[in-house]
Design a protein around this ligand. Sequence first.
Ligand code: NAD
Ligand code: UGA
Length: 478
Amino acid sequence: MQANEDYRTIKNICCIGAGYVGGPTMAVMADKCPNIRVTVVDKDEKKINLWNSDNLDKLPVFEPFLSEIIKRTRFKNLFFSNDINNAIKNADMVFISVNTPIKTSGIGAGQASNLKWVESCARQIGEAAEGYTIVVEKSTLPVKTAQTIKDILSFYSLSSQGSQDKIKFSILSNPEFLSEGSAINDLENPDRVLIGGEDQIAVNKLKDIYFNWIPSEKIICTNLWSSELSKLISNAFLAQRISSINSVAAICEESGADVREVSKAIGSDRRIGKEFLNAGPGFGGSCFKKDVLNLVYLCRHFGLEEVANYWEQVVLINSWNQRRIYKIIVQKLFGNIAGKKLAVFGYAFKANTNDTRESPSRAIIKSLLSEEAIIAIHDPKVFESQISNELEEDLTKIKINNASKNKMWTFSRDIYETVKGADAIIILTEWDMYSNLNWEKISSLMRHPAWVFDTRSIVNKVEVRTSGINFWRIGGSN
Ligand code: NAD
Ligand code: UGA
């Protein structure tokens, strides 16, 4: 778009990052805005090929209803490409939707966000953009990151001032609140859309896009810093609720209360609300841990040590909860699981996604492997290659003798194959299929005395016990 044509409506959108956010978000945007051409770009060529694959089962992101939207929009007004510069050049608006993981080394290692991908996007946009371009932060970022992006881009616009092709940028923050597994519904019917920015023209252009399917009362406009911070705080509050209810689950197990009854009782108070009160193996996913730790890092940066300690406890309780579950399993199996086959139901960090990032399954399996257990994994959607990459990496860090490292885990899509000869079943992901199992048949295949550890409270305790299997449930009186 030419600099003097600021008023023009958005016709071309580019999104940098074709991951769990970029892919579904842009698919829905293209679906709702047939007059806008949306191009999602990524430096990962393999990923782009998968997005372009004829076989929709091969899309790199599994989300209910996503493939139907891709089928409707792809090659019409939705495109996936590796040609990043060209997509930026043609775009009136560029979304940055790249990964922002925790730094693993250097200053802030283990807490601060690694912003190298965001910074490289800003430079790429500066190099390739033409005319007036609105840059939208979609990634979750530490408060004040927009300033970094502005500083980088202003260098490019200043150096273009003398030339004929002047470039100009506006920066907006538009964090994403979708949850994996329900992403399409969250994108089509969000609780709110948050837009932070100072340039009212740019804010209005982004609002105009959302007006295609979002009622105006759901669009909240703030300044840039409130928008960036609200995203971190929103995740911190959600993670805090999970740590709270998991700490309550431990009290329930000691006191004869049942965490499901307590959740229902407290959640009926409208001020508390009933969502996010399911006790479980702890929160996983790529964001909660990183975003809370990022908040902790920011608090320390601002000299707010007590506030930092308060939020850090949310993450510490989460790890403690996972260790607690692992210890219960070992203790119930006579204090020894070496050489025992343990069936793990579910490897994804939650149901209805194939995402395994920070999955509680991986953390708990790693502890079980360190006891030399043999792990048989079942998951309906996660790719075996993904599990292999992660567990083989973990095995190199576990100090057990090398000979026993061979064949320490297996994977199958067949439940009955997975439980054959197993001493225990550990339910770690709440896939629907696990709540409707034939326990008589499963019991006949297991080695006894056998156990079911239900960390998601999804199976029928009576059916399991009647089939002759011992049963433990998180937060239950057991
Ligand atoms: P992801 O890892 O699935 O996808 C990010 C993609 O960006 C990758 O495919 C990577 O190759 C690509 N990329 C990185 N740098 C690039 C560059 N310079 N040029 C081109 N491509 C580049 O990550 P995600 O889960 O989609 O998360 C993206 C952001 O959204 C993060 O900040 C995250 O915190 C936030 N977020 C994630 C979720 C979620 O449910 N996953 C929800 C809300 C917000
Ligand atoms: C979360 C937030 O819910 C989204 O709003 C946010 O956009 C996203 O993080 C992000 O920024 O990445 P997501 O991680 O996809 O979404 O999934 P959640 O449904 O929040 O679940 C996170 C973890 O908490 C999962 O491991 C889940 O099993 C666990 N959980 C959730 C519980 O243990 N109990 C609950 O009651 C709810």
